[in-house]
Design a binder for this molecule. Structure first.
Ligand SMILES: [Zn+2]
Length: 199
């Protein structure tokens, strides 16, 4: 009579015999698994690495210049304070100001959807465009006559508005475009995305 213990034992012996017979294939399967894991881990670590560096993690993304042939008037300052001539005090400037003439055409840096248009004394007219990959671009110091409405889909390089003579907190600078970029909700240096040489 065969009891349960014998069955288990014979099962184990069979398994062992099977492993011995197929040791080559078992080895091969394990190798493939380890190699696959190693590749996955490398890719994951590489992604984490890129994210920690900050700046333009979407290195393939290059904006259209919001203003043709623009040069930078005021750089992105991160947490460094720079002097505001208009306000007469030091403050962080988490944007770039692009030199422009009054009425210069402003175009969308990327394709996306217009998510906000506001006008106030401090910032003039501002257009916000939401893009893919967690990116948002904001165009400030615009004139009140805009070419888009909230909800409009825009393409990269499409005309959205015009530079005002000057606006609000940056009046002393004269006509310019105040350009902000947000990546995953955090203000980031727009020059990482702009096709300009003096980065
Ligand atoms: Zn500015």
């Amino acid at each position: 009579m065969i009891n349960n213990k014998d069955l288990i034992l014979s099962g184990r012996t069979k398994t062992r015999a099977w492993f011995k017979k197929n040791i080559y294939y078992v080895g091969l399967a394990v190798s493939v698994l380890v190699l696959g894991l190693a590749i996955t881990l490398t890719v994951v670590l590489k992604n984490i690495d890129t994210k920690e560096v900050g700046g333009n993690e979407n290195t393939a993304i290059v904006f259209a210049m919001p203003i043709e042939n623009a040069t930078i008037l005021t750089a992105y300052s991160g947490n460094t304070l720079i002097y505001s001539e208009t306000l007469g005090h030091w403050e962080a400037h988490k944007a770039v100001d692009l030199q422009a003439t009054e009425g210069a055409e402003v175009v969308s840096a990327l394709s996306g959807t217009v998510t906000s248009i506001t006008t106030n004394l401090l910032e003039g007219t501002r257009i916000t465009i939401t893009h893919e990959d967690g990116l948002i671009t904001i165009y400030g110091s615009l004139s009140t006559s805009v070419e888009v409405a909230v909800g409009d889909a825009v393409t990269k390089g499409e005309l959205i508005g015009y530079v005002a003579n000057s606006a609000g907190t940056e009046t002393a600078m004269g006509a310019h475009l105040h350009f902000e970029v947000l990546l995953n909700g955090i203000k980031t240096d727009p020059t990482a995305y702009l096709p300009i040489s003096d980065k």
